[in-house]
Ligand binder design. Structure first.
Ligand SMILES: Cc1cc2nc3c(=O)[nH]c(=O)nc-3n(C[C@H](O)[C@H](O)[C@H](O)COP(=O)(O)OP(=O)(O)OC[C@H]3O[C@@H](n4cnc5c(N)ncnc54)[C@H](O)[C@@H]3O)c2cc1C
Length: 379
């Protein structure tokens, strides 16, 4: 019998497995497909700036803890696996070109100030120094305001997922992947086994981390976990070499340069069910945005587009904790736009819960049953 069975090998499941195995647990991780090929692969790998010490809400504290752990995990994963996950403190540039964007950015700046997150406003000359291609922009498309955040970071998520898988295997985690079907077998309030194709896996503790598919997985146990898949479309370009280092934001769009000259441009936010197709209008809009800031992002350097499904919840907070219906059943999912960032901290707190320890953050906002209507509700 294994100590911990994890269902879903995206960044959340893999990180949970890696942390559990590091703490000495015997772990099996199951996936219906190949590990790390859904949202965790499709995402941009942005780690936004945080301040763990001034954060008030547990989600912000979790973000701060996660930032700290990413820095440590990158070093550990490299030494344990030989895989460089591309973690870098590349800095961020926040641009506003329209009056609406200026107003929205002012709100973000107020928040940075409140939480003592390092930032400063920079001049056009300083922008051109950091992002050379912006020097060629016509005067009418020059940003009205530009802010610099030195603590903005990124991981190259496909490499991070590879390093997590290798790190897990090195620690003895067993993988059961590309399973034909996955079912949960429980008696009373206890999960007994998870069946994955021909494998029947017994465990002490079970954690469900199947992204937006967790809702369907648990519905088979009559457990309601309201979730919504939120599609994000993304573009990839390839430049001869890296022309700039910081992540660039304008409104809800961003440009993420990788060290090898690849550049990601994202992302849409669309509620269209479990549909991962890309659409021409979204691709055109993102191309136009990218080209309006970096002229080198053009048809000649465009490589491809893809889409992924973010695991959304109806209040924007992840589900992390024990399921009320199953004494040995836990969930960690619903990390929406920040699952790559929050994965390290989430792995730490959920493992504390497995061990019966008090995590370093207050977990009540993340309770899996918080969005259910009271039994006597007439709605
Ligand atoms: C375009 C885009 C950009 C993003 N950018 C960022 C970013 O910059 N920074 C950031 O922090 N986050 C970002 N995100 C969000 C982040 O990618 C997600 O929050 C995160 O990947 C969710 O991880 P997960 O492991 O919960 O889900 P997933 O990666 O979806 O993994 C779920 C796994 O469960 C498996 N599974 C499904 N059903 C079953 C079943 N029945 N049985 C067994 N296994 C099953 C799937 O095959 C999959 O491997 C982005 C997302 C998108 C789409």
């Amino acid at each position: 019998m294994t100590d911990l069975v994890i269902v879903g090998a995206g960044v959340i499941g893999l990180s949970t497995a890696y942390e559990a195995a590091t703490r000495g647990a015997k772990v099996t991780i199951i996936d219906i497909a190949q590990p790390g090929k859904q949202a965790s692969w499709a995402g941009a790998g942005i780690l936004t700036p945080t301040n763990e010490h001034t954060a008030l809400h547990p989600l912000e504290k979790l973000r701060g803890i996660s930032s700290r752990l990413h820095e440590q995990w990158a070093v550990r994963l490299l030494s344990e696996t030989g895989i460089d996950n591309g973690y870098s403190k590349c800095g961020g540039l926040y641009l506003a070109r329209s009056s609406g964007e200026v107003a929205a950015l002012n709100g973000i700046v107020d928040e940075w100030r409140d939480y003592e997150i390092e930032f400063c406003e920079i001049s056009h000359d300083e922008l051109f120094r950091r992002v050379r291609p912006c020097a060629n922009l016509p005067a009418e498309t020059m940003p009205k305001r530009v802010f610099w955040t030195p603590d903005e970071a990124q991981v190259e998520n496909p490499a991070h997922l590879k390093s997590l898988q290798k790190g897990c295997r090195n620690l003895g985690v067993e993988f059961v992947v590309e399973a034909e079907f996955v079912t949960i077998d429980s008696t009373g309030t206890k999960v007994r086994t998870v069946t994955a194709g021909e494998h029947k896996i017994e465990g002490q503790t079970f954690c469900f981390c199947a992204g937006p598919w967790t809702q369907e997985l648990l519905a088979s146990q009559n457990i309601l976990l309201p979730m919504v898949p939120v599609r994000g479309q993304m573009l990839l370009f390839k430049l001869e070499q890296q022309l700039f280092e910081p992540i660039i934001y304008e409104g809800s769009r961003y440009i993420v340069p990788r060290r090898d000259g690849h550049v990601l441009v994202g992302a849409t936010i669309e509620e269209v069910g479990f549909d991962k197709t890309t659409t021409e209008p979204a691709i055109e809009e993102l191309k136009c945005f990218a080209n309006s800031l970096i002229p080198e992002l053009c048809p000649r350097t465009f490589v491809k587009a893809w889409a992924g499904l973010r695991p959304g919840t109806y209040d924007g907070f992840p589900y992390m904790g024990r399921l009320a219906e199953l004494e040995n059943g836990f969930v960690s999912t619903g990390h929406f736009k920040s699952g790559l960032h929050l994965s390290t901290g989430s792995a730490s707190v959920i493992n504390d819960l497995f061990e019966g320890k008090q995590p370093e953050i207050e977990m009540s906002p993340f309770q899996p049953n918080r969005l259910r209507l009271p039994a006597n509700s007439d709605r």
